[in-house]
Write a protein that binds this ligand. Sequence first.
Ligand SMILES: Nc1ncnc2c1ncn2[C@@H]1O[C@H](COP(=O)(O)OP(=O)(O)OP(=O)(O)O)[C@@H](O)[C@H]1O
Length: 252
Amino acid sequence: MSLLKTEHIGMTFGGLKAVSDFSIEIKENELVGLIGPNGAGKTTIFNMLTGVYAPTEGKVYLGETVVNGKKPYQIVNLGLGRTFQNIRLFKELSVIDNIKIAFHKDMSYSTISAVFRGKKFWKEEKEIDIKARELLGLFNMEEDASVLSSNLPYGKQRKLEICRALATNPKLLLLDEPAAGMNPQETKELMETIAFIREKFKVSILLIEHDMSLVMGICERIVVIDYGRMIAAGTPAEIKSNEKVIGAYLGQ
Ligand SMILES: Nc1ncnc2c1ncn2[C@@H]1O[C@H](COP(=O)(O)OP(=O)(O)OP(=O)(O)O)[C@@H](O)[C@H]1O
């Protein structure tokens, strides 16, 4: 069964058709790239999958559930995690608190227990702290736990964002331009991190990326869009030699 399926989804903003007739299926533990020139509609697709926009056409399924019209937090609870093109950490919070916030969706203590700091509150808070530190440890960031997230170097901020998305326990992770602004060394480390995440957490990953060395290097399947429409899908080797793709990137 597929984790994610879209059937002919489309998005119109006023008179502008940003995405048309987009259908894709992602299965368990797949790593898929979504590429296309600037303004092709990639982020709009992510926004439709994650509930930021309700598609104006078509259906989005997570497993067997149609998620059109659901709110982003409901979609997170159904197993879809996401990072953003421009980093969206809680900059005024420490690294560990950024992760703990994501774990809080699974908390069962009541508001009363939180206000009066009851036993259940402390027990669950302690458990979250342990889980958050374990997660940071997997990414070799345990020593950064108390650092203010805005003081982290850029590559680590991106890593922390991925870490926070993983804390929501996703089955499918959407990464929007994870290598944006990274130097070649950071990009290389990111590729290793993505491969590690897939192996360790058994998640599927759909990523938008302009860095072709990353996309071609780690994705097993690539989907290409141009002017809001899918123009090609296939393996990296097929995509590299596809004339429509070459034309779209060279503006022909
Ligand atoms: N909220 C919005 N209102 C109006 N138009 C929008 C909105 N969001 C996106 N668009 C338009 O939809 C089109 C697709 O934009 P989108 O951001 O999805 O492209 P993209 O492929 O992610 O681009 P990039 O690679 O530059 O990030 C563009 O023409 C953009 O201007």
